[in-house]
Design a protein around this ligand. Structure first.
Ligand SMILES: [Zn+2]
Length: 464
């Protein structure tokens, strides 16, 4: 009997222990596991460039999923002096709950910080804590350090060239000196940017920017030189210029069925040309959309330019040739008495005899030699600093990309490839990405007054 009772008591004890475990120890242990979690807060800093300007914002995100955010602190150390940029505490959680804030963002404008710091290096420290009970109830901690360089001063751009007399559709040159290395500098003509290049002068801070004045540019937005340093600070410098307005020739070209029938087969394999549509519709497509696409393909070669002047003296105009069309002729295309298409002719057409040798207009490097739609077989020569010449409708090309050519070297033979009615050379010139009037570059006096004279004047004053 006694034994039985003892046994009962033992069972009861086990029961009570089990209930105690389930009711007390397990929940407490569970709570402790949760409250002592060891997952650190995450600090995600947005891209921080090596050099930042006063316009820059230091931004990022903080995150803590398990206990919630307790605080975030961002400080900056410079010359041994620490400044608090952000010190933010988040509300404490109620018992057995986690902090109320799991995600937050931060944004510190450099313009605010900059009042206390001169330009130069500094160290940023980002520190975040969560509401875990670890580290004696201080929470898990994440610390990230970042080096930063402040550059809040815009670069200085001094225009060294004087007098800039330019024409609509013409070319120009601005020579300037930069006070510091820049990621981008050059000349703005309205919305068009023309990059400047160093290297022509022993002083590597002196740049040459050749620019084009688009034929439809009327001067509202002005011409100015501009530069941007690695931090993103920009500057604008105006310079004296005189813009001569031009009136361009208007022309009506009559398109016959004979011409369309003779020319269209060449274009049948070009993407976008739909052979099932009426021939005149195909012609309109070729003359507008394909022309624009071909122009962009040719002008894209401007970025392949070398930072050195290859050319010397006046450019060669195809000898013994008669002009068939001028630069910036505004053309209406008439078919059966109706205007069906419009285009602007952005080169000069020169006709000589059939299959005449085509001379390179000046020294340079061949950057393109291939078939380009309406221009047929075409060669593009880089003369340096963004100045290029093109030769279209060739019957045959005798050079390849990468070849250096001297002035008057034969680069091919004239022909009728592309949208050409008869054997002729389509000669064009462009700067960076805008076609210019070749007439200026054929003229030794214009070059002396507007290009080489300017370079010599700067050279003379730099040597003083
Ligand atoms: Zn032409």
């Amino acid at each position: 009997m006694q034994f039985k009772q003892k046994n009962k008591w033992k069972k009861l004890k086990i029961w009570l222990m089990t209930i105690f475990c389930v009711m007390v120890i397990v929940p407490v242990a569970g709570v402790l596991v949760i409250k002592f979690e060891g997952e650190k807060p995450v600090i995600d800093i947005d891209r921080l460039p090596a050099v930042v300007s006063a316009k820059f914002d230091i931004t990022g995100k903080v995150h803590d999923a398990r206990s919630g955010l307790k605080k975030i602190r961002i400080t900056m150390l410079r010359n041994g002096k620490e400044t608090i940029l952000l010190d933010k505490a988040y509300d404490a959680p109620e018992w057995f709950k986690k902090g109320e804030v799991i995600d937050d963002t931060f944004k510190i404008p450099v313009s605010v910080v900059k009042k206390e710091f001169p330009d130069g290096k500094a160290t940023l420290t980002f520190e975040a804590r969560d509401y875990s009970w670890r580290d004696w109830w201080n929470g898990n901690k994440t610390v990230i350090e970042k080096e930063i360089v402040f550059d809040t001063k815009p670069p200085q751009l001094t225009v060294l060239s004087r007098q800039h007399n330019v024409s609509q559709g013409g070319s120009g040159l601005v020579i300037y000196r930069l006070s510091e290395p820049c990621v981008k500098s050059g000349v703005m003509v309205g919305d068009d940017f023309f990059p400047g290049y160093p290297g022509h002068f022993p002083d590597k801070n002196i740049y040459l920017a050749f620019f084009a004045v688009p034929i439809d540019y009327t001067g509202e937005k002005g011409l100015y030189a501009t530069a941007e340093d690695p931090a993103g600070n920009t500057t604008k410098s105006s310079f004296y210029y005189y813009l001569k307005k031009k009136t361009f020739h208007k022309d009506v070209l009559k398109i016959s069925d004979n011409f369309i029938n003779a020319k269209l087969p060449e274009f049948q394999n070009i993407p976008g040309v739909d052979a099932t549509r009426p021939l005149v519709d195909q012609f309109i497509f070729i003359n507008t959309e394909l022309r624009e696409k071909n122009n962009q393909a040719i002008l894209g070669n401007g970025k392949k330019t070398d930072a050195q002047i290859y050319w010397e003296g006046a450019f060669t105009r195809l000898p013994n040739s008669a002009p068939r069309a001028n630069f910036a002729d505004y053309r209406d295309y008439e078919y059966n008495g109706a205007i069906i298409s419009k285009a602007v002719h952005l080169g000069v057409d020169l006709a000589s005899t059939q299959h005449v040798p085509i001379p390179a207009a000046n020294k340079g490097k061949v950057v393109f030699a291939d078939y380009v739609g309406i221009y047929g077989n075409l060669v593009c020569i880089d003369h340096g600093y963004g100045l290029m010449s093109i030769y279209g409708h060739l019957n045959q090309i005798t050079v390849k990309p990468g070849d250096m050519v001297a002035k008057n070297d034969t680069i091919g033979y004239s022909g009728t490839t592309g949208m050409a009615g008869g054997d002729h050379l389509h000669f064009g010139m462009f700067i960076d990405h805008v076609f210019v009037n070749p007439i200026e570059w054929w003229d030794a006096a214009w070059i002396a007054n507007n290009i080489t004279g300017k370079i010599d004047a700067v050279k003379a004053s730099a040597n003083k």
